[in-house]
Write a protein that binds this ligand. Structure first.
Ligand code: SAM
Length: 242
């Protein structure tokens, strides 16, 4: 598991204070779903919020969002509170979210699952506290079995590695099957993304990985089939609906 210490170095805190806080900082795949699912008054939870940059991004799309960010780094949470006193920030590790079921319209999580082997536990919690959408990025490859976990070197400055965390790539079908078995069954699962060169900080033999954004729409207890729309991804999925 990732710990608060790994993301609390001064350079990490400075990086997220200066980057990933404007719409222009987003990757193209991150601009596909987010602006379409925010609405006035939307209650949003952002898991792994660092210094709160996505609050600023989300309110650029929709000024009236009601934003809560959680992060496991106390230093990041402190910085986020100082930068954005109009939002709420909570120190939390994502595995047991301190919120009731169905609290948020959108639960968002970016750049966390690529360093977290147990993404399932966090995604399950995100889905539980959402009443409509869960939006997350994840690195995928086809046919790798379960999961590849190597090493990611945290390095924001030229002079040396500051810490290491896992670098995690998941099997495409495995992830889809996990999502299709969530309870209640999702109403829809949509995806977008593309193959991209692996970050130089990741120690892996794969040169390209499918950078994937998944949008889950929560279903209700009455069941029904999940609408699966993954056609925008350059991967052929063989997951079968249960
Ligand atoms: C790479 S940064 C990404 C920040 C932001 N979400 C973004 O996309 O720019 C990862 C952040 O997530 C936090 N984090 C990692 N694992 C976490 C977990 N299990 N629960 C809460 N925060 C986590 C780290 O402390 C760090 O601030």
């Amino acid at each position: 598991m990732t710990t608060g210490k790994q993301w609390s170095s001064q350079s990490a805190i400075d990086y997220y204070a200066q980057h990933r806080h404007e719409v222009a900082d987003l990757y193209p795949s991150e601009t596909v779903f987010l602006p379409r699912i925010l609405f006035p008054g939307a209650k949003v939870l952002d898991v792994g919020c660092a210094s709160g940059g996505f609050f600023n991004i989300m309110r650029s799309y929709e000024p009236a969002v009601e934003y809560t960010g959680i992060d496991l780094s106390a230093t990041a949470v402190e910085m986020a509170r100082a930068r954005y006193p109009e939002a709420t920030f909570v120190l939390n590790e994502g595995f047991t979210l301190p919120f009731e079921d169905n609290t948020f319209d959108l639960v968002h999580c970016t750049s966390v699952f690529n360093n977290e082997p147990n993404y399932q536990a966090i995604l399950k919690e995100m889905y539980r506290v959402s009443n409509r959408f869960a939006l997350a990025d994840i690195r995928l490859l086809k046919g790798i079995g379960n999961q590849l976990s190597t090493t990611y070197n945290i390095q924001f400055e030229a002079d040396g590695i500051e810490d290491t965390v896992p670098y995690v790539v998941n099997d495409a079908d495995d992830v889809v099957n996990f999502i299709l078995q969530l309870d209640p069954k999702p109403k829809a699962l949509r995806g977008t993304g593309y193959f991209h060169t692996v970050a130089k900080e990741a120690e892996t033999t794969d040169s390209e990985i499918c950078m994937t954004i998944l949008l889950l729409e929560k279903g209700n207890a009455t069941g029904g089939q999940t609408v699966v729309d993954l056609g925008d991804l350059p991967i052929e999925f063989s997951a079968i609906q249960s």
